[in-house]
Design a protein around this ligand. Structure first.
Ligand code: BGC
Length: 705
């Protein structure tokens, strides 16, 4: 008999429910309730899994209670939010997405996993697969930005990276969380079935295809049905349709919150709804341990349903090798591993920065002898970690100021913060502005604090917090030299005036431990910027949601025609659209060619294009491929991403890039929501960003049969 069957046969009800319970240890606080001492709960078998615990000694001590002091000796599954690094932080996910580099995404996940495993962690609650088009939502920082294709690519790379290193991944938050109403955290979601399937589910489908071991339902309700109790999507789409046979783990206290949602009267009802929908592990609600015995008595659930969930949890523990090696954390890693990880963090930081503007090629810095580095984020090392900093300590990060000093040793560097990130104290502005006299360039480092994005961090005003506007206005009033603005944030900020005034503008997001070095590599010209924004930067909050994958509508904007879709006070287009990002190179596209003028569903189309670097610096370009199906049985987005690839080019050189598109890439969900491949002309557009004016195109005729 298999180990799982034998254990399942021997388990008492309380022990089974213990395997379906995950309780938070107090080493990281990620939710509103924290449990007390867990020793007795673990010993009795009532707590079979933990989150927010790490460190080899703590893990070994705690794991020993489960392995050596419980009746059945089943090891604990220990999870932690290893979102963008464990002790060493890489850029926040939205930042790292800007690199559009599948290999980088995978390598940083592997490194984070190795470090977490050494600390005794067996599971991460990542990747977050929530596509989001509303930067008011603070959690936009944790995900892939606005596009479903990018979301799927990122999910695959992260799942592979974490899991090939041995850490279980968890695709979250299933599904639609990124569409919370008005960008307000934990609010309801309500969307068409088409949006759900076209925009929000593909990243989960990709994670499942690549073998993700667990999935976490979102806190939110979708059209009246809380996701924690959503049978149609959990039992139906996820398990039956997609064949997911891993563990579904609730979000923090989410099962008990079914009572507040108003779909359960008490804990037993809430527990029954979640279990029946397919939630295996109850994180922090005490609903399975406390509610399922009563639910069984009331006939709301069957013991077979509990057993099925228990088997899935035990199977996960077995897959992870926990029975063989429960004391996973082997502690300190060799120095070489840490050096390698820091080098990767520096590479990732540099690749994640998006150069949004570079007027008259003011960057890279050249001929600068005196530099003023001003602003509250210039020397804010700990902020560089961003939200969800797992086990990192607030020391050990490199601030921009430190990085620039190290990279430009011969230069006189003057620094003053001017103002704090938040608050209304203007008293430091005069001293900061005085530094602008006699310098050759000014670096202005502005933005949000790390805590202003992430969970429970929605904002309605997306400008700079505090009195940072007063600081930059004073700096521009005084400055006679180029001002280079570097924005640190977990979301696109709405700063059109500042963008207009700055000679150069960089979106640094939160670059992680090596922030200062990565940024200095770009500012000094050692490396060319190559990031592109995976989310549109609105010019006004009122444009939100603004994203590239719009549909035309019957009255698309037509200048001079009043009765067409527009605002009276701002343009329709964002300030910086999806895919925008400059480099120190200058790329030209030509020679778009298709392998055939026609394509059948079972065939493959090869698309090639030549990219040339006409600039004077070596640089890396991300090339995007979009489709536009002009006439179909349902309306199609004006641009739909179907591919992206990178190419590194020395000045004056060119390279040819090839995309291979299977016929299935041209399918879409028809009027009945089933995938169809419709005959007719489809435009293929290639170029540097989701901006039709900068794309070159060719057409293919799709043929039925
Ligand atoms: C978050 C999840 C996270 C969990 C555990 C929740 O509050 O929504 O994303 O994985 O806490 O820390």
């Amino acid at each position: 008999m298999s180990r799982i069957e034998q254990l399942a046969g021997e388990m008492r009800l309380a022990e089974k429910l213990g395997q379906l319970t995950m309780t938070a240890a107090p080493y990281a606080v990620t939710g509103p309730y924290v449990a007390g001492d867990l020793t007795e709960g673990i010993r009795s078998g009532a707590v079979g899994n933990l989150l927010n615990l790490y460190g080899p000694d703590m893990v070994a001590k705690t794991q020993r209670l489960a392995v050596e002091e419980t009746r059945l000796g089943i090891p604990l599954l220990i999870g932690l939010d290893v979102i963008h690094g464990h002790r060493i932080q890489f850029p926040v996910p939205l930042g790292e997405t800007s690199a559009f580099d599948r290999d980088l995404w995978r390598r940083t996940a592997q490194e984070a996993a190795r470090e977490a495993l050494a600390d005794g962690v067996a599971m991460t609650f990542a990747p977050m697969c929530d596509v989001c088009r509303d930067p008011r939502w603070g959690r936009i920082v944790e995900g892939p930005g606005e596009d479903a294709f990018v979301g799927a690519a990122l999910a695959r790379a992260k799942v592979r990276g974490f899991q090939e290193a041995g850490l279980a991944a968890c695709a979250k938050h299933f599904a639609g969380y990124g569409a919370v109403m008005a960008g307000r955290e934990y609010a309801s979601t309500d969307m068409s079935t088409r949006s759900l399937h076209e925009v929000h589910l593909p990243a989960f489908a990709a994670a499942i295809e690549d073998g993700v071991m667990s999935v976490m339902p979102a806190f939110t309700e979708l059209g009246g049905v809380p996701m924690t109790a959503n049978r149609e999507l959990l039992a139906g789409w996820l398990r039956q349709e997609r064949g997911f046979d891993g563990v579904v783990i609730s979000d923090y206290n989410a099962i008990a919150e079914l009572i507040r949602h108003g779909v359960a009267a008490d804990l037993p009802e809430a527990a029954a709804l979640a279990l029946k929908a397919g939630v295996d592990i109850d994180m922090m609600a005490g609903a399975y341990g406390g509610g399922l015995p009563v639910a069984l008595e009331r006939g709301l659930v069957r013991i077979e349903e509990i057993d099925a969930a228990v088997r899935r949890v035990l199977k996960l523990k077995e897959r992870l090798g926990l029975f063989e090696d429960p004391y996973r954390g082997h502690g300190a890693e060799p120095e070489a591993a840490i050096t390698r990880r820091r080098a990767l963090a520096r590479e990732a930081a540099a690749k994640s920065v998006v150069l949004l503007k570079n007027e008259r090629e003011v960057l890279p810095l050249a001929g600068v002898r005196r530099l003023a580095v001003i602003g509250p984020l210039a020397d804010a090392a700990a902020e560089m970690r961003g939200p969800w900093a797992a086990a990192s300590k607030p020391e050990g990060q490199v601030s921009l100021l430190e990085g620039v000093k190290a990279a430009l040793p011969g230069i006189e560097i003057r620094h003053a913060p001017g103002v704090a990130i938040e608050g209304d104290d203007l008293s430091g502005i005069a001293a900061a502005v005085a530094l602008c006299d006699g310098v050759d360039a000014i670096l202005l480092c502005l933005g949000e604090s790390a805590a202003m994005s992430g969970e429970a961090a929605s904002r309605a005003h997306l400008g700079l917090p505090g009195v940072q506007d007063a600081l930059w206005e004073a700096v521009f009033a005084r400055a006679h030299v180029p001002v280079i603005t570097i924005l640190f944030s977990g979301r696109p900020l709405v700063v059109p005036k500042l963008a207009g005034k700055s000679a150069a503008l960089m979106a640094a997001w939160f670059p992680g431990n090596e922030a200062g070095h990565g940024l200095a590599d770009l500012l000094s010209g050692k490396i060319s910027p190559s990031g592109k924004t995976p989310v549109s930067w609105p010019g006004a909050v009122g444009q939100i949601p603004v994203f590239y994958g719009e549909r035309n509508g019957g009255r698309p904007y037509n200048r001079g025609d009043h009765y067409t879709s527009h605002y009276m006070d701002v343009p329709n287009a964002p300030l910086f659209g999806f895919g925008h990002g400059l480099s120190y190179g200058r790329f030209a596209y030509a020679g778009l060619s298709l392998s055939a003028p026609t394509l059948k569903e079972g065939g493959t189309l090869t698309v090639s294009v030549v990219v040339r670097n006409e600039g004077s610096h070596a640089a890396e370009e991300t090339v995007f491929l979009f489709l536009h199906d002009k006439v179909a049985s349902v309306t199609r987005p004006l641009l739909e991403l179907k591919g992206f690839e990178k190419i590194m080019l020395e000045p004056g050189t060119q390279g040819s890039m090839t995309f291979s598109l299977p016929g299935t890439a041209f399918r879409f969900l028809g009027p009945d929501m089933k995938p169809v491949f419709e005959a007719g002309e489809v435009e293929i557009l290639i170029g540097p960003a989701a901006d039709r004016a900068r794309l070159i195109s060719a057409s293919v005729m799709l043929q039925a049969g």
